[in-house]
Design a protein around this ligand. Structure first.
Ligand SMILES: Cc1cc2nc3c(=O)[nH]c(=O)nc-3n(C[C@H](O)[C@H](O)[C@H](O)COP(=O)(O)OP(=O)(O)OC[C@H]3O[C@@H](n4cnc5c(N)ncnc54)[C@H](O)[C@@H]3O)c2cc1C
Length: 393
């Protein structure tokens, strides 16, 4: 099935690649623009620090995805974006009417930059940064002793832009490795976050289990205190407490993408996230859609930005554009109807399946099988994204 409408998708991450696949399936001509040669599978990057995976194990070349699903792609950085014009670093300009009919924005998000953040590493930034963290961790492991701190921050202007799950995952994976090496007693591990109850959006049961794990694994917890500043040897909290740390993994809250913040005519919130309606159409712009981490979400207090949601939005956009073009019949698809949190949280030796929607919040501990399950998901994901098997999850 092919129709004549051309869709330009910007951002080749979890949402952008999925939108390209879904739009192609509806018969549109698709071109994907991204600054990275590969799709970086963030959910699997939690194993980079413990060297359970290499970068090549958790990336999929865009070339393979594009070939598998028959769409065009170009590697270049987008330097400016307006509803009718996308400018690339390589000098190319894509214009509405001449080069595309619809624009789908999937550029992901930036991070807030608290004072001294340069003394920390984030698991949620670039692969290069996570690799630098892995190298610093290796040096400490060779020394055989040290102080490790793990934390995440919040954005008061965009409460859903918090990313805590991966920080817990890396923490528990490193604790597991230290135990396996028999050197856990030589390490002090601290966890910090400014909210009173980090992880609360997963529900009360999840909080109790987290607390239990922290106690069992002797992890010192500092919560409910704002972070004042980071230093090379630790973290200063607003009440004067200093958490000593030789190596700090910190994930600041999400912030709007700089290209979106600079845009004159893409509507955005104060925090720089794109304003969309329930169909993922950008407010007031009939031919522009936005998905994933770069948008501002409506919905319940516990809502969270996830890859899983970025993919739901990608499929909604494909259906909603096809509906607008009269290619299919039916009702528009609303992302809000599919809001939930679903995450297989890995601990290195097992895991837990966390699920939250409007009616329930459950956490199912999955010793051993949780870890294997996440590995299996990674295998499935690579096969699906390269067009070798159909979508089943
Ligand atoms: C460590 C970690 C673990 C996670 N685990 C899970 C999980 O288990 N389950 C889950 O559902 N979610 C998980 N998430 C969240 C999930 O990864 C994100 O919600 C998801 O990646 C959002 O998809 P996206 O396409 O909006 O953004 P991204 O995946 O970040 O993609 C954005 C893309 O845009 C490109 N780009 C950015 N700027 C430009 C530019 N100027 N020009 C061109 N291209 C550009 C980037 O290179 C990137 O390819 C995790 C996140 C992290 C960081």
């Amino acid at each position: 099935m092919t129709n004549s409408k051309r869709i330009l998708v910007v951002g080749g991450g979890i949402g952008g690649t999925e939108a390209s696949i879904a739009l192609r399936k509806k018969g549109f001509f698709v071109k994907l623009i991204s600054d990275r040669e590969f799709l970086y599978i963030y959910p699997l990057s939690i194993w980079l620090p413990t060297k359970e995976v290499k970068l090549s194990d958790i990336s999929i070349p865009l070339e393979k995805i594009a070939k598998g699903h028959n769409f065009a792609y170009e590697i270049s950085k987008v330097v400016s974006i307006e509803p009718n014009e996308v400018v690339l670093e390589n000098g190319k300009i894509y214009q509405k009417g001449r080069d595309f009919d619809y624009l789908v924005i999937a550029l992901g998000q930036d991070k807030l930059k608290p004072k001294g953040v340069e003394y920390t590493y984030s698991i949620c930034a670039s692969p290069e940064e996570t690799i630098k963290y892995s190298m610093a961790l290796e040096i400490l492991l060779e020394k055989g002793k040290g102080k490790l701190a793990f934390g995440f921050g919040g954005n008061p202007k965009a409460k859903e832009a918090v990313r805590g799950g991966p920080v817990f995952e890396v923490l528990f994976n490193i604790d597991n490795i230290l135990r396996k090496k028999g050197i856990r007693n030589n390490f002090e591990i601290s966890f910090f976050a400014p909210m009173e109850k980090p992880g609360a959006r997963l529900g009360e049961k999840a909080l109790k289990i987290l607390d239990y794990m922290f106690k069992k694994k002797r992890i010192k917890k500092y919560t409910g205190k704002k972070i004042k500043e980071f230093f090379p040897d630790g973290i200063l909290l607003e009440d004067g407490t200093k958490i000593e740390s030789d190596l700090t993994l910190f994930t600041p809250a999400g912030d709007g993408h700089p290209i979106i913040k600079q845009s004159q005519n893409i509507p955005k919130t104060e925090a720089g996230f794109i304003k969309i309606d329930k169909t993922c159409q950008v407010e007031g712009l009939e031919h522009v859609y936005a998905i994933g981490d770069c948008v501002s979400l409506e919905g319940p207090e516990w809502k969270a930005k996830q890859g899983h949601l970025a993919e739901v939005m990608a499929h909604n956009v494909a259906s909603n554009i096809a509906l607008k073009e009269g290619l299919i019949k039916g009702e528009p698809q609303y992302y809000i109807d599919h809001l939930n949190i679903m995450c297989l949280m890995d601990t290195g030796d097992g895991g837990a399946l966390a699920y939250r929607d409007d009616k329930k919040a459950i956490l199912i501990p999955m010793p051993i099988i949780g870890h294997i399950g996440k590995k299996m998901w990674g295998l499935y994901y690579k096969l699906y994204k390269t067009g070798k098997i159909p979508k089943i999850l």
